[in-house]
Design a protein around this ligand. Structure first.
Ligand SMILES: Cc1ncc(COP(=O)(O)O)c(C=O)c1O
Length: 388
């Protein structure tokens, strides 16, 4: 007997499930990226993507994954040898600060336990101690996809303002944009880094920088070497809806449809939907008697939940059982969390029954893997879903 027919359950925290209408939009014929039809598309997207970032300023789009947009944020705004203040909130924050080091920046790294976000009080302390104004940028991962912990960006900005420090604020929203409340302008973020494959419900391969006036000003004198990532030629071409090199046209068709879906639902509703699914997921985890990795409820992610398994359980074995038996992919523990957690993605094109199916698969998988659970997480989640 076989168990798996029908659709694969892709419940990793990105890439997420791509809606059928987005897939269909991307299947249109590729057009001349220097012609009038493309110009109309480019002009529309460069305008309509801004509200998702909470900005009225420029957003550039790269035919590259999120890692590229990380690099773009650094090389466009900084000078070789300058210091960046980074927080070890998890695997992706670690990779970003390593990149900064390899690019020739000095990294002032605040260690972390991978269960908390960047602490605004520590930002305040570090900036107050920086009397020589060596720190040129503060780098924060808004939603640490490896841990399911969110950093409080508005509070970090307030700490920077209170210290009256001129550092730029660079924020990675790769797994929060389009899923969780985010406000580039209002929160005073200088560069927001994002990717296509999570809340935007697109395949991987496109990434973004939203740019503040201050960051743009800095980019005019910043001397880090850059060619592909250079905002200058990009923004100049974008003025007319074009790109300085070949853009990923078909992903842009998809983006147009994804933005339509997000704007039709309303961003507030999108965020509320994610919050509710995250609450139901945490209710399930608690009912199973397992632990949510995030420790501070102000920092719970609405995009994913990382579940800590008991010491004598290998989380990768649980995931393997679930993949084999129920054809569902869950996120692996990354870096120092390998084997210790599994991650449930509940972002993007996702509804109550997707969540119910996901949690049913987890619950059955825990049983098949021999992990003792205290009660029915699925029932706890369904109860939460029925309250509003
Ligand atoms: C928070 C975060 N930052 C950076 C990245 C790296 O992005 P990419 O894999 O698109 O290059 C990811 C990927 O999952 C991520 O979740």
């Amino acid at each position: 007997m076989t168990y798996a027919a029908g659709r694969h359950f892709l419940q990793i925290p990105g890439p997420t499930n791509v809606p059928d209408s987005v897939l269909r939009a991307m299947s249109a014929a590729t057009i001349d990226h220097r012609g009038p039809d493309f110009q109309a598309l480019g002009t529309e997207l460069l305008r309509d993507v801004r509200p998702v970032f909470g900005t009225t300023g420029p957003v550039v789009m790269y035919p590259a994954t999120g890692t590229g947009a990380w690099e773009a944020a650094l090389v466009n705004t900084l000078n070789p040898g300058e210091t960046v203040l980074c927080f070890e909130t998890g695997h992706f924050a670690t990779l970003w600060q390593e990149m900064a080091g390899r690019l020739g920046l000095r990294v002032d790294l605040v260690p972390g336990d991978w269960r908390h976000g960047a602490d605004p009080a520590v930002v305040a302390e570090r900036l107050a101690a920086d009397t020589g104004r060596r720190i040129a940028a503060v780098c924060v991962v808004h939603n640490e996809t490896s841990t399911g912990v969110t950093s409080r960006v508005a509070e970090i900005r307030a700490a920077m303002d209170a210290a009256d420090h001129p550092a730029l604020l660079l924020v990675d929203t790769i797994s929060s944009l389009g899923s969780m409340d985010y406000r580039h302008d209002e929160w005073g973020v200088d560069v927001t880094v994002a990717g296509s494959q999570k809340g935007l419900m697109l395949p991987p391969g496109m990434s973004f920088n939203a740019i503040s006036a201050k960051a743009l000003e800095r980019s005019r004198t910043a001397t880090m070497p850059r060619t592909f990532w250079d905002w200058g030629p990009m923004l100049a071409a974008n003025e007319r809806g074009f790109f300085p090199y070949t853009p990923n046209t078909n992903l842009m068709y998809g983006l147009k449809e994804a933005l339509r879906l997000l704007h039709d639902e309303g961003l507030e509703n999108v965020f509320a939907r994610h919050t509710r699914h995250a609450e139901a997921t945490r209710a399930a985890v608690r009912a199973w008697g397992l632990e949510v990795l995030a420790l501070d409820e102000r920092e719970f992610s609405s995009a994913l939940t990382a579940v800590l398994v008991p010491d004598d359980v290998d989380a990768d074995k649980v995931r393997a059982v679930i993949l084999d038996r129920f054809d569902m992919s869950l996120g692996a523990g990354l870096g120092r969390l390998a084997g210790r957690i599994f991650r449930i993605g509940h972002l993007g094109a996702f509804n109550d029954l997707t969540l119910a199916g996901t949690l049913a698969g987890v619950q059955m998988g825990l049983g098949l893997a021999g992990v003792p659970v205290a009660g029915s997480g699925l029932d706890a989640a369904l109860e939460r879903l029925q309250t509003d």
